[in-house]
Design a protein around this ligand. Sequence first.
Ligand SMILES: [Zn+2]
Length: 221
Amino acid sequence: MVKNKTKDLECRLHGKFKMPCKLVDGSIEEKFILHLFTSPTKNKFLGDKEHFHVITLGDIKGKENVLMRIESACTYAHLYGSQLCDCQYQLKHGLKKISDEGAGIYIYCLDQHGRGVGIDNHLKGYQVEQEKNLDTVEAHLYLGLPADARNYGPIIDILNHFEIKSVRILTNNPNRIEILKKNNIPAIRIAHEGPLTKYNKRELRTKKEKLGHMYSYDFGD
Ligand SMILES: [Zn+2]
């Protein structure tokens, strides 16, 4: 266990290694470094510890305007290519954009399935969406879950670990920008939109209408 220099950070670096990765265009980014951070969870839906994969590229320590992406776990899209959401695009193109820039930080929240309600509730959410014809927010409420249960404390700790001064964040979620700013990390949004399809249309429209996501799609109705 490697402890941070700043003692009040709860999210701790567990270890790191160099990880060449194949990107969405088939090229290999050879200079990614994967770090594992762990944090005590503040969320009753998860276990006692949260895990974060952090991929960094280039010299980001102490820098301003660092390109970043925060990704919540979505095994369905990230492992199998599920088209029910836009998570596959978000992951693949987030890493590609950081590689294209030659520097940046990509934070993968390994335990924050289903907007922080955990892997089992994420599945139940999809099940009641399909069985009861609910949208993703209605499904969470039907199950007695919050629409969004994510805690961003560890994200702030991770950015502070790298002494990042300000960021350009690839996101469509206004909460992320607000939380960064509240924690004294100035953030500029870079839109990160994949294709709108017949499979993800309902999910993305719900995220726009009920969760305030800044999509520019024409939903056509
Ligand atoms: Zn997803």
